[in-house]
Design a protein. Structure first.
Length: 307
């Protein structure tokens, strides 16, 4: 009976890992898939189609979803809201939601210590060492998913910052050439690659189904989380409300974004010498001292040994 909790946790971990193996590793952002779901209406499955689904889709995934819903009910609302915002800003990696993420975190927090406990018990190691390593494994299970999610957010925002000036230039030229702002967004979505262009396509699709331009753009800025883009959205919304020339506003915003990018690059360049100091002191200077002082030390040793 004492083995039942460990057996249950181990079975839970195996089921989770099996589910993860069924998830295809997306190389690109999954915004295009969400667009497809907006375009196509969901068709209910017949009983025959239900039976044709895999065991994972019929049994394992519903079980894990029920576990995730239970975790959501237990967790504080603020934590769930923050996690949802982070997942959205990361571009929903693997098309996951809060439910999937909480199940993965719970599996890591519980599963890693259990696996380590089983391994260490078989090796007959001291119980204090087992508890210490199991606690460290649980801590890794807590920290690793958050670190991974934050890293995906930084990468996505970095990509947006790199492509934003070029997209702003194309928007400005298109509007000044006589296109409406919606047509300019459509042109950007067609011509430019990357996350930002696909997000513009999402905005256009949302506007087609009835959402206002203001709400669609503000929600897009929340999904991206880049300050320069928030400023751009605010400027565009105010220009349309006040009747100001959109071409001039876009031109000013484009120049401002490029200036901000220059300042960021200059700040990084100023920090580079400080960051290079540590590797120079640790790796380069000792080597130089060995090359310069090595022959002198050898000569001194020879001289004193002859005396």
């Amino acid at each position: 009976m004492e083995q039942l909790p460990i057996l249950f946790l181990f079975t839970f971990l195996v089921l989770l890992l099996y589910n993860l193996l069924q998830v295809r590793d997306h190389k690109e952002d999954n915004i295009s898939e969400r667009l497809q779901r907006i375009r196509n209406q969901t068709v209910s499955q017949t009983p025959g189609e239900e039976l044709n689904r895999s065991f994972s889709d019929r049994v394992i995934k519903p079980f894990l979803e029920s576990v995730g819903k239970s975790l959501i009910r237990l967790a504080p609302e603020e934590m769930i809201s923050n996690l949802e915002n982070k997942i959205i800003m990361a571009g929903r990696p693997r098309d996951w939601d809060v439910n999937n993420w909480l199940v993965m975190e719970a599996a890591l927090v519980l599963g890693l210590p259990v696996l380590i406990l089983l391994t260490y018990i078989q090796l007959r190691i001291d119980i204090r060492s087992i508890i210490l390593v199991a606690g460290a494994a649980a801590l890794i299970g807590i920290l690793f998913p958050n670190m991974s999610l934050n890293n995906k957010i930084r990468k996505r925002q970095s990509e947006v910052m790199k492509t934003l000036p070029d997209i702003m230039d194309l928007l400005t030229v298109s509007v000044e050439a006589g296109l409406s702002f919606d047509s300019a967004l459509s042109r950007v979505a067609e011509k430019m690659p990357g996350t930002l262009a696909r997000e513009f396509e999402v905005v256009l699709q949302e506007m087609k189904v009835g959402k206002s331009k203001k709400d669609a753009l503000y929600q897009m800025s929340d999904r991206i989380g880049v300050q320069d883009f928030r400023s751009f959205v605010s400027a565009v919304v105010q220009a349309e409300q006040l009747g100001v020339s959109l071409g001039k506003v876009l031109r000013i915003q484009s120049e401002q974004i490029r200036n901000n990018r220059k300042q960021i690059i200059q700040q990084k360049a100023m920090k580079a010498p400080v960051k290079m100091l540590i590797p120079m002191v640790v790796f380069i200077f000792p080597t130089i001292f060995i090359v310069i002082l090595g022959p002198v030390v050898i000569n001194l040793i020879d001289m004193f040994s002859k005396k």
